[in-house]
Ligand binder design. Structure first.
Ligand code: SAM
Ligand code: SF4
Length: 330
C-alpha cells in the first residue's frame, strides 16, 4: 500500500524543498541584508540527517524534492547527497535551485548524480546591475554556468527572475529574449516580504500583471494549463513554443489552495508554509531518536494537520515574517 500525506485542508503533500545550507556566495538585495550572520555548523543538519529526512519523506509519498538554500552548491558533499537522494525508490524527481555561480564546475556532476532539472536565478543581463543586485556576483560566471547546464544534459533548465520596481523591471523583455534565444523557460517572481533588507519592499513590488503587460508589447501570450508541480502559473509564447513563461505571484494571485509542499530549513525546521512561522523541529527529533523513525513520522503527520490554509503576506508587500529567504529554502 502506498502512503500519502494529506494536510488539514485536504491538500496532498508530495513536494519538499530542502535547504542544504543558509550560506551563499551572493548577497542578493531582496534575499539578504548586507550584514548577515550565518548559522554555526552544529546547528545545521548534517548530510546524513538531511538524507534520513529525504528517505522518510519519499517513503511517505513525497514525489519531488528540490534542493536549495542559501546556495546549495556551496555545501561540501552536495553531489554525493544528490546521488543518494535521486536513487530513492519512489522519488519522481530531484531538482535544484541555484544561483549558477559554480555550474561550470558542477553542472555535469549534478546531472550524472541524478538531478533532473535546474532552476537558475538571473535577474539582469547588465554586469554592473548584476553586481549591484547580488552585491558581489559576476554575471559572466553565471552566464557561463547557464551554458554549462545546457550542455550537461538536464531534462530542463529554467531561469528565475525576481522583478523589482526601480531595479530591473525595464529588463523583462530582454530577459525573455535571452530565454527564447537559449530555448529556456523563464519564471518571473514577485518579491516576497521575508526578512528586513534595509529598504521598503512595498516600493519595489512589481506585480505579475505588470510583467505580463510588458511582455504583451512584444509577444502574444497563450494560456497554458501545464504545471511543473510548483507555484508557477504558465503561459506560452505564440511564436516560440520552446519557451514557457511562468508567473510566481504570491501577492497578486494567491497559490495557497493548491499548495502541495513543505520546506526543511538548513537547521532542520520543517516549515509548513513560507508565509507563516508554524514549524516542527526535525533536528531535535532526529538527534533524540537516532535509530527510530517512528517518532519523526508521527510528529510530521501531526504537524501537517496544522499546515496553515494560506500565507499572510500583506497586500502592500511589507514584512511580517522576519526570517530571510536564504533561511527558508526558497
Ligand atoms: N541561491 C539559490 C538561488 O538564488 O537560486 C537558491 C536559493 S534562493 C533563496 C531561491 C530563489 O528564491 C531564487 O530564485 C531567488 O531569486 C528567490 N528569492 C530570494 N529571496 C526572495 C524574495 N524575497 N522574494 C522572492 N523571491 C526570492
Ligand atoms: Fe544567495 Fe540565492 Fe539568496 Fe541570492 S537569492 S543571496 S543567490 S540564496
Amino acid at each position: 500500500m502506498t502512503t500519502t500525506w494529506v494536510d488539514g485542508f485536504g491538500r496532498t503533500i508530495d513536494y519538499v524543498r530542502i535547504s542544504v545550507t543558509d550560506r551563499c556566495d551572493f548577497r542578493c538585495i531582496y534575499c539578504m541584508s548586507e550584514e548577515m550572520t550565518f548559522l554555526p555548523r552544529q546547528r545545521i543538519l548534517t548530510l546524513e540527517e538531511i538524507f534520513r529526512c529525504a528517505q522518510l519523506f519519499v517513503a511517505n509519498g513525497v514525489k519531488k524534492i528540490r534542493l536549495t538554500g542559501g546556495e546549495p552548491l556551496v555545501r561540501k558533499g552536495i553531489v554525493g547527497l544528490c546521488e543518494k537522494i535521486s536513487a530513492l525508490p519512489g522519488l519522481r524527481e530531484l531538482v535544484m535551485t541555484t544561483n549558477g555561480s559554480q555550474l561550470t564546475r558542477y553542472a555535469k556532476p549534478l546531472a550524472q548524480a541524478g538531478v533532473k532539472r535546474l532552476n537558475i536565478s538571473l535577474d539582469t543581463l547588465c554586469p554592473e546591475r548584476f553586481r549591484a543586485l547580488t552585491r558581489v556576483g559576476d554575471l559572466h560566471q553565471v552566464l557561463a554556468g547557464i551554458d554549462a547546464a545546457l550542455e550537461a544534459g538536464f531534462e530542463a533548465v529554467k531561469i528565475n527572475s525576481v522583478i523589482l520596481n526601480g531595479h530591473n523591471e525595464d529588463e523583462v523583455l530582454r530577459l525573455t529574449e535571452f530565454a527564447v534565444s537559449k530555448g529556456l523557460d523563464i519564471s518571473f517572481i514577485e518579491e516576497m516580504p521575508l526578512g528586513h533588507v534595509g529598504r521598503s519592499r512595498a516600493r519595489s513590488l512589481f506585480r505579475s500583471d505588470q510583467v505580463r503587460a510588458l511582455l504583451e508589447q512584444q509577444y502574444q501570450l497563450l494560456p497554458s494549463s501545464e504545471s511543473s508541480g510548483g507555484p508557477a502559473r504558465y503561459m506560452h509564447l505564440q511564436d516560440y513554443p520552446q519557451t514557457r513563461i511562468g508567473f510566481i505571484s504570491p501577492h497578486s494571485n494567491n497559490f495557497c489552495s493548491t499548495c502541495n509542499r513543505v520546506r526543511l530549513t538548513a537547521e532542520g525546521r520543517l516549515l509548513l508554509c513560507l508565509g507563516n512561522e508554524d514549524d516542527l523541529d526535525m533536528r531535535a527529533l532526529l538527534r533524540r531518536h537516532p535509530l527510530d523513525d517512528e517518532p519523526l513520522l508521527e510528529a510530521v503527520k501531526k504537524a501537517l494537520k496544522y499546515k496553515p490554509e494560506r500565507h499572510n503576506f500583506s497586500a502592500d508587500g511589507e514584512v511580517q515574517i522576519v526570517r530571510f529567504m536564504n533561511a527558508s529554502g526558497g
